[in-house]
Design a protein around this ligand. Structure first.
Ligand code: G3H
Ligand code: 13P
Ligand code: ZN
Length: 311
C-alpha cells in the first residue's frame, strides 16, 4: 500500500466523531512504537516530521522508515510536514514524497498568511498533496520559534471562512488554548480551552476538518518516572484527556502529539539506566523505550482519539 493523503481519513473521522493521531517521528524506535500500536488497534495514522526532525534524521531516512512501516503494518499512513515555515520547505517535502504538508503562516499578518498558504496549496494540489494552514498562534516552542503565553493569540472565528475560501486549504489548525511542549500551564493555573471558539469555527466551516496542535496530555506516569530516576521536570503539565476526547468528537479530525512521545521514551531510558547502570548496548535501553511509545500510543488511539478499528 502506498502512502495516503489525509482526505479520506478526515472525511471518515468527521462523520464518525473521532480524530486521527498525528505523531511526530524522528527515529526508527519512535516509528516502530507508534506503528506497532496502530497495527494492533487497526488505526489509521499520520506520521509527521518537523524541520528539526528532517535536519536530525535526514529527509530520505524518514521517508524510508515510514515506507518500511507501511510495508510492515499495511495500514493507511499519511506522511506530513509539521510547521512548514516557508514555500521552499513545503515544496521540498512535496517533491520528496510527503502526502501532506502544513504551511504555518500564523506568525505573519492575515493577508501575508493567506498569500503564502495559497501559493503552497496551488503547488501541493497540482501534485496531489493536501495542505494544512494555521490561524491564531499557540504558545510554546517549536523549532526554536518561541511564542510566549502573552504573545499567543486565539483564532478569530470571523477570519476562518475567508481564509479557507481564498487559500483552498484542506484543513485548518486553530488556537483555542493548547500550546507546544510539556509545560502548558503554570502550577495551580486553571486548565481552560476555548471550546466556544471551536464551536463557532465549526459553525462557520461545515464539514471542514480542524486540527489541534499542542495536544499532549503530559501523562503523569511518565513525568513521575523521569523525576524518580534522576530527571527534573516537576512542573510539566498538559491538556486533560477528557478535554481532548471532547475535541475528538467535534470537527477536530487531527490531534498533534509529540511531547508525550518524548516523555514516554525518556522515562523508559531513565528507568532502564537506573536499574542497569552497567548497560551500554543501545538495544538494551531502546527496547523498553520503544515499548513505552507503543503503550502510550495504544492508550491515545483507544481512549483519547477513538480511532481504533477505523483503518
Ligand atoms: O510543534 C512542534 C513539534 O513538537 C516538533 O518539535 O520542532 O522540536 O521537532 P521540534
Ligand atoms: P505537543 O508539544 O503538545 O506534543 O504538540 C505537538 C505539536 O503540536 C506538533 O505540531
Ligand atoms: Zn504544532
Amino acid at each position: 500500500m502506498p502512502l495516503v493523503t489525509t482526505k479520506e481519513m478526515f472525511k471518515k473521522a468527521y462523520e464518525g466523531g473521532y480524530a486521527i493521531g498525528a505523531f511526530n517521528v524522528n527515529n526508527m524506535e519512535i516509528v516502530q512504537g507508534i506503528t506497532e500500536a496502530a497495527k494492533e488497534e487497526n488505526a489509521p495514522l499520520i506520521l509527521q516530521v518537523s524541520a528539526g526532525a528532517r535536519k536530525y534524521a535526514k529527509h530520505s531516512y524518514l521517508v524510508h522508515l515510514v515506507q518500511a512501516a507501511i510495508e510492515d503494518t499495511e495500514l493507511p499512513i499519511a506522511l506530513h510536514l509539521d510547521h512548514g515555515a516557508d514555500f521552499e520547505v513545503c515544496k521540498s517535502c512535496i517533491d520528496g514524497g510527503f502526502t501532506s504538508v502544513m504551511i504555518d503562516g500564523s506568525h505573519h499578518s492575515f493577508k501575508d498568511n493567506m498569500e503564502l498558504t495559497k501559493r503552497v496549496v496551488d503547488y501541493a494540489h497540482s501534485k496531489g498533496v493536501v495542505v494544512e494552514g494555521e490561524l491564531g498562534q499557540l504558545a510554546g516552542i517549536e523549532d526554536n520559534v518561541n511564542v510566549s503565553a502573552e504573545n499567543a493569540s486565539y483564532t478569530q472565528p470571523e477570519q476562518v471562512e475567508e481564509f479557507v475560501k481564498s487559500t483552498g486549504v484542506d484543513s485548518l489548525a486553530i488556537a483555542i488554548g493548547t500550546s507546544h511542549g510539556a509545560f502548558k500551564f503554570k502550577p495551580g493555573q486553571k486548565t481552560q480551552l476555548r471550546f466556544d471558539i471551536l464551536e463557532e469555527v465549526e459553525r462557520r466551516l461545515p464539514n471542514f476538518p480542524i486540527v489541534l496542535h499542542g495536544a499532549s496530555s503530559v501523562i503523569p506516569k511518565y513525568v513521575e518516572t523521569i523525576n524518580k530516576n534522576g530527571g527534573n521536570i516537576a512542573d510539566a503539565i498538559g491538556i486533560p484527556e477528557d478535554m481532548l476526547r471532547e475535541a475528538a468528537k467535534s470537527a477536530v479530525c487531527k490531534i498533534n502529539i509529540d511531547s508525550d512521545l518524548r516523555l514516554a521514551l525518556t522515562a523508559g531510558i531513565r528507568e532502564h539506566f537506573v536499574a542497569h547502570p552497567d548497560h551500554f548496548d543501545p538495544r538494551q535501553y531502546l527496547t523498553p523505550a520503544r515499548a513505552n511509545i507503543k503503550e502510550l500510543v495504544k492508550h491515545k488511539l483507544v481512549y483519547v482519539l477513538g480511532c481504533n478499528g477505523k483503518a
